[in-house]
Ligand binder design. Structure first.
Ligand SMILES: NC(=O)c1ccc[n+]([C@@H]2O[C@H](COP(=O)([O-])OP(=O)(O)OC[C@H]3O[C@@H](n4cnc5c(N)ncnc54)[C@H](OP(=O)(O)O)[C@@H]3O)[C@@H](O)[C@H]2O)c1
Length: 294
């Protein structure tokens, strides 16, 4: 039985699909990113704990090496397929159209799924592949057309990248997943997403275990609600309409991060957290305009 007694709200995407607004991230649940049997067993155990806690939205990626473990946990859970929302992402090495197709088939096989709920281009890579993320996007949208994918989206796309794929293909991503937390509000892509009806999903929603978790302003708000700093940060995401996918390998924190639907932040509290934004200095992950990593 899920530990939480409060249902997780759903966000309705432009594809009419419903995505649980709070999900579970699987980056670094393994000691490394290799697709080994040992890693699959580790991830399967941790994702099973997340499903037991009540998560019904799991975020994985080709690059994390966690797809097999996620697939195993889903298969062993006995939870009906249509009650679990699964996202994966295209690895940076796989942007060429043939590699997009081959690796998407591998993703479905790793996850043991016939249809994936959401597939994202992980990074735009404007400085690689001749800057041609448009062909990559066209190939990903083809999986929706052939029925193997419910919703196609992107990750770490800046306003210019979003405008370009929309202008050149006429297909608007259902989701953009990018870094957002109280020290990095990342307003520019949020504004572009809102204008085009693209759902905003926060990665590193807690700041990737960095400064926001020890911020004194958030700590004071948390104390006033008898909640933790992490819970207040996640509640801030929810009240801004942002989908968030916190990662924790610890069952007690998995439950803590879900237990955010029995209180509400006031407008003043939301504003106080908004004002903690450090602008570009608050970014903890790579800059999507220049990132060329895995
Ligand atoms: N699209 C992209 O490029 C991209 C980039 C980064 C992340 N992501 C996705 O977003 C997910 C989340 O991001 P993230 O893993 O970078 O960072 P995050 O969720 O912001 O923070 C995770 C860190 O916070 C700790 N933590 C979790 N809950 C806590 C709590 N209640 N109290 C105190 N500490 C807590 C975790 O440690 P413990 O595990 O020890 O609890 C871990 O070190 C990833 O797993 C991945 O699925 C995507």
């Amino acid at each position: 039985m899920p530990i939480t007694n409060h249902p997780i709200p759903e966000v309705i995407l432009s594809t009419a699909a419903k995505i649980p607004q709070l999900g579970y991230g699987t980056l670094a649940v393994q000691p490394d990113r290799e697709s080994t049997e040992r890693n699959a067993a580790i991830t399967a155990e941790i994702v099973s704990q997340a499903l037991d806690a009540g998560y019904r939205h799991i975020d994985t990626a080709q690059a994390y090496g966690t797809e097999q473990g996620v697939g195993r946990a889903i298969a062993e859970s006995g939870i009906p397929r249509d009650e679990i929302y699964v996202t994966s992402k295209l690895a940076n090495a796989n942007h060429s159209p043939d590699d997009v197709k081959r690796s998407f088939e591998q993703t479905l096989e790793n996850l043991g799924l016939e249809q994936l709920d959401l597939f994202l281009i992980h990074w735009p890579l404007p400085t690689l592949y001749g800057g041609d993320y448009v062909s990559t996007w066209k190939t990903v949208t083809g999986f929706v057309a052939d029925g193997r994918l419910a919703s196609a989206g992107v990750s770490n796309f800046q306003p210019a990248h979003l405008e370009r794929i929309i202008a050149e293909t006429g297909v608007v991503p259902a989701v953009n997943q990018f870094e957002i937390h109280p020290y990095f509000n990342n307003d520019a892509p949020r504004e572009t997403c809102q204008r085009h009806g693209i759902a905003v999903e926060a990665h590193s929603p807690l700041g990737h275990n960095s400064a926001p978790l020890s911020d004194p302003t958030i700590a004071a708000i948390a104390a006033a609600h008898d909640k933790t700093v992490a819970q207040v940060i996640l509640r801030w995401h929810m009240q801004h309409g942002i989908i968030a996918i916190p990662k924790s390998a610890r069952p007690e924190r998995m439950a803590e991060n879900l237990d955010i639907f029995d209180f509400a932040l006031t407008d003043d509290e939301l504003g106080a957290i908004d004002r903690l934004d450090h602008g570009p200095d608050g970014r903890v992950g790579p800059d999507p305009d220049t990132y060329e990593g895995v």
